[in-house]
Write a protein that binds this ligand. Structure first.
Ligand code: FAD
Ligand code: DHB
Length: 380
């Protein structure tokens, strides 16, 4: 089998890339190691930047997002027993859309299959050999020959590992805490997202629909879910968020470690890395999925120029262009994380500086604007 661009992974990066290339008349094959139902039910991010929501519209996959997603004009920061609103729309003229990552993925998969274009599930890429992808499906081995390979296979994928030792530089930082996240059948307890800094640790109130909420608690990195029965989770959320949460059925729960990671360059020869395959940000800024989609917009433009105009300038600058945004997003995600989490061993001084930072961010229009313009998404 042969194609122009072989895409490893059907997450937001791989699926958006395929859709962008389809519009440019470029052939793609997507290989995804998991089943369709698995990728469609994997609970992850929930905030779409202004530009991400616009792009989904432009790609013709925004109808359900516009019907079921929730446009939010602000977010709340809570600390010191008070709540402060950051008015995203007043500060930037832009809004965010709260719509689950798995819903975005479902819409993109439905569109791809409706157009009868190749997307293979349970097709695990086992080796990336130059521009040849070897994969296994139903116990049968296959080869896909490509002009280019897009490694959109997430942080545990194979594409990055195919780059020879020494060709990539890695910058990373482990954070000493994790998030315990739940999805619960319970009405939203606030109209907007609430980010809380509490002396017991960070907590976040988000939502998926008016009746399904997504909540997170800062916990130590080695936390065992077994130590967190439902009542403990709800009590801790109520204490930290200070919201009138109604205990509902917990539909999903998990612990996510927090890591900052970026490789450079995001290219090796004809292999291009995009999304989590190239970088991870801690989730506090709600940036992971948005950044993955920002990468593939750059990649799609570069591949389009290659095929249409026979110029490789944009392919050659792909990594440099993406990394500018990647490091802005790393900076913002780390700043939000440091500002909103309790740091083990921190003393009174550290705690007071954090409170002062939060007071400054919510009290100064200049400071609130820097948060807002990053949160809604920096311009391309
Ligand atoms: P992915 O979504 O990871 O997609 C990669 C795909 O490649 C997967 O479907 C995988 O199955 C497939 N794949 C891997 N290896 C192979 C192979 N060998 N062959 C074929 N296919 C392969 N971000 C936020 O902003 N907020 C959050 O709350 C948040 N929560 C998260 C929770 C978890 C548990 C994780 C892992 C991430 C979370 N993120 C969050 C980050 C966000 O979800 C990611 O940044 C986003 O999914 C990146 O998209 P992607 O397409 O690059 O990678
Ligand atoms: C959600 C996740 C985040 O990481 C965040 O910062 C805001 C919202 C969510 O899952 O809804």
């Amino acid at each position: 089998m042969r194609t122009q661009v072989g895409i490893v992974g059907a997450g937001p990066a791989g699926l958006v890339l395929a859709r962008l290339l389809q519009r440019a008349g470029i052939d793609t094959v997507i290989l995804e190691r998991r089943s369709r139902s698995y990728v469609e039910s994997r609970v992850r991010a929930g905030v779409l930047e202004h530009g991400t929501a616009q792009l989904l519209d432009q790609l013709g996959v925004g109808q359900r997002m516009r019907r079921e997603g929730m446009v939010h004009r602000g977010i709340e920061l809570r600390f010191g027993g008070e709540s402060h609103r950051i008015d995203l729309e007043a500060l930037t003229g832009k809004t965010i859309t709260v719509y689950g990552q798995q819903e975005v993925v479902k819409d993109l998969i439905a569109a791809r299959l409706a157009d009868d274009l190749p997307l293979h599930f349970e097709a695990e890429v086992t080796a990336v050999d130059g521009t040849v992808l070897e994969y296994e499906q139903n116990g049968v081995r296959h080869r896909l020959e490509c002009d280019f390979v897009a490694g959109c296979d997430g942080s545990h994928g194979v594409a990055r590992l195919a780059v020879p030792d020494g060709a990539l530089r890695t910058a990373e930082r482990e954070h000493p805490y994790a998030w315990l996240g739940i999805l619960a059948r319970s009405p939203a307890a606030a109209e907007e997202l609430v980010y809380a800094y509490h002396e017991r640790g960070f907590a976040l109130h988000s939502m998926r629909t008016p009746d399904i909420i997504r909540l997170y608690l800062q916990v130590p990195r080695d936390t065992d879910l077994g130590d967190w029965p439902d009542t403990r989770i709800w009590d801790e959320l109520r204490t930290r968020l200070d919201l009138p949460l109604k205990e509902g059925e917990i539909l999903e729960r998990g612990i996510t470690g927090m890591r900052s990671f970026a490789v450079e360059p995001m290219r090796h020869d004809r292999l291009f890395l995009a999304g989590d395959a190239a970088h991870i940000v801690p989730p506090t800024g709600a940036k992971g999925m948005n950044l993955a989609i920002a990468d593939v917009r750059v990649l799609a433009e570069a591949l389009t120029a290659h095929y249409r105009e026979r110029t490789d300038e944009l392919l050659d600058s792909y990594s440099r262009t993406c990394l500018k945004r990647v490091w802005q997003v790393q900076r913002f995600s780390n700043w939000m994380t440091t500002m909103l989490h309790r740091h083990e061993g921190d003393d009174e001084f550290g705690h007071r500086v954090q409170l002062a930072e939060l007071e400054y961010v919510t009290g100064s229009t200049a400071a609130a604007t820097t948060l807002a313009e990053n949160y809604v998404g920096l311009p391309r």
